[in-house]
Design a protein. Sequence first.
Length: 496
Amino acid sequence: MTIPFTDLDRIFIDGEWQTPEGGCAPVINPATEEVFAEAPVADTTQVNAAIAAARDAFDNGPWPRMSMDERADVMAAMAQALRQHQGELAALIVAEVGCAQGVTHMMQVDNPIRLLESAIAHARRDRPERLPIDISLNPFAPDGPKSIGGTTVVREPLGVVSAITGYNFPFLLNLAKIGPALLAGCTMILKPSPFTPFSALLFGQIARNIGLPKGVLNIVTGGIEEGRLLCTDDRVDMVTFTGSETVGATIMAQAAPTLKKVHLELGGKSAMIVREDADVTLAASMAATILSVNAGQGCAIPTRHLVHNSLRPAFAATVAAVAAQIKVGNPADPSVGMGPLIRDNQRAKVEHYIALGLAAGARLVCGGKRPDGLDKGFFTQLTFFDDVSNDMEIAQDEIFGPVGCIIGFDTDEEAIRIANDSRYGLNGAIQTADAAKGYEMALQIRSGSVALNGGTGTMSDAPIGGYKRSGIGREYGPHWIREYQHEKSIFYPIGK
């Protein structure tokens, strides 16, 4: 079967498809290890051309000068076009990422489009802000009449944005950059992960179909040097990146000499607190199911499970039982609940941390190996450790795989202390029968979001981002586009 969008064998610069100067690179299905397409690879010369196109489109093109409603109309056409291709998008992501179909249709495809639609609605309500009237002494005539004046705060597009995205939720991550930046009036150069290039290149096709002005969106591929150019070139005003903390720190260092704005959505080691009064079966079932999402390759997935010591035996037994019911395999099979990791080196990393956990004295509750009967594909079992102390490497480092740690506690204060004892602060969760107490605890957790008793399941209107080494800035919600805007205060006199 031909995978949708894999016929896109060129890169997209200044509104045109261009032959890649870096040749082509194989793209592998992580569930089969088979090459299913050859992707175009740009070189630094073409990245330079993409930056030039974005700069010219911002400085001289119509896009930044259009009204917000005019841009929103174009982006609404993009959302509509994406809706028409939902089935094809899902088929592509199953092949590129290896994500199970249930997760793919909902979280990888439908949810991103809903987020774009929400961003468009919020953008249409973006208006200048008029501050209260100000009455003050006239500094040039202090004995004369007082002065009266007003101030209007306007928001303008920040400029040229380079966006670098990861592989785990590629359509979401790409759309989460394109949507708010273009709505704000910025122009963009998008560089996706080489593991998932087609989830980005498809936006070139969409851009042409909806009549996006040339140079507003440019899509290039490539490696380290191409990425470095996007972070160092002084024609770029902002870098937005989603990925690991290590790469995020490198991007900050590269962007520093030109004082670019840097927006980072990075890693996490999120804690789920299970209080003594919680429904342990529900909490454990939720923990195992969430950890299986995209084989644990999600920065906001809770991987530290802080369980009251009175519930720990039941919690451990239940996660093992639930994990045993989650089918691991090729997501081409719709009955599969968890697919593979993205590549063999990522599986090797997961296996390394499993070995570290065992060596540190943690008790293996379930998993810990490669599944039987799956000789091809980068599969691993859903794994849980008990008897974990929070200072172990498996509790402190982002593994980015389906490995969960069960950590005991005796008091709420201890649970909060353990939850905050991390260099990350992206997400959190609390399971409790006392919702009011849970809310009080959520206020004390140092993370950008906390799900109380499962949360709402949507983030269309909620800002999401990290504390500490989990990132800088926020995505989603009513003020999303402000990450891509300057604020300008205009002061003016009123009357004589």
